[in-house]
Design a protein around this ligand. Structure first.
Ligand code: SF4
Length: 200
């Protein structure tokens, strides 16, 4: 993918009220976040992207950080709900600016909507689609099955990893979906588009 496509998407996001910029690598995005978040409380949503860029370990040295992937899960989820800042990715983003996310527990989705002074989205180029409809399709048929397989869920998508079967399994990880059209009132939102494949 060309950097120009990501830059065009950043412009679309800016027109929707986000702060947005393109980073060539996850390492660059990590350095930027580490320089911006200092002496704050920070929560992190379940995100392979955030894990991959290594920002958790960096922030820990000069912030109070809560992440259920690295700490006591129940406690960290609750503490992360009201932190100054929140970091996460999304399951897909359209070039027209809509961001799509699916969740099972709901902590990540709720933090996209309320509870923080500022939210940072880190999004790899692999999550970019042309349209909102394609972004929904990607979230449901690519990201969710891959995550279900990672978690060893007893779902048809985890077994075959080819599409969403809209299953009725008790193990279903897709319990809710959020479309963000614009930043929510009262919460700053910054999007870091990364010209690398990151996350599911
Ligand atoms: S609804 Fe079920 S089959 Fe579809 S992606 Fe989610 S867990 Fe998999």
């Amino acid at each position: 993918m060309t950097t120009q496509i990501l830059k065009d998407t950043a412009s679309v996001l800016q027109s929707r009220g986000y702060t947005a910029a393109v980073f060539e690598t996850g390492k660059d995005a990590c350095e930027y976040l580490n320089s911006k978040i200092d002496g704050q409380t920070a929560g992190i949503g379940g995100s392979s992207t955030i894990d991959k860029i290594g920002i958790y370990e960096r922030l820990l040295t000069h912030n109070t950080v809560f992440w259920h992937w690295k700490q006591d899960a129940d406690l960290a989820r609750k503490e992360a709900m009201t932190t100054d800042v929140y970091l996460t990715s999304v399951n897909a983003i359209a070039r027209t600016g809509e961001m799509i996310s699916i969740d099972g527990v709901g902590n990540r989705l709720s933090s996209m909507l309320f509870g923080h002074r500022k939210i940072y989205f880190v999004i790899g180029r692999n999550k970019l689609t042309d349209t909102c409809e394609q972004a929904v399709w990607r979230a449901r048929n690519i990201a969710a099955p891959r995550r279900a397989r990672e978690l060893n869920r007893k779902t048809p998508c985890a077994a075959h990893c080819d599409k969403c079967y809209d299953c009725k399994s008790p193990d279903r990880i897709c319990r809710g979906m959020v479309t963000l059209w614009e930043p929510m009132f009262g919460m700053e939102a910054e999007v870091l588009l990364v010209n690398e494949d990151l996350g599911l």
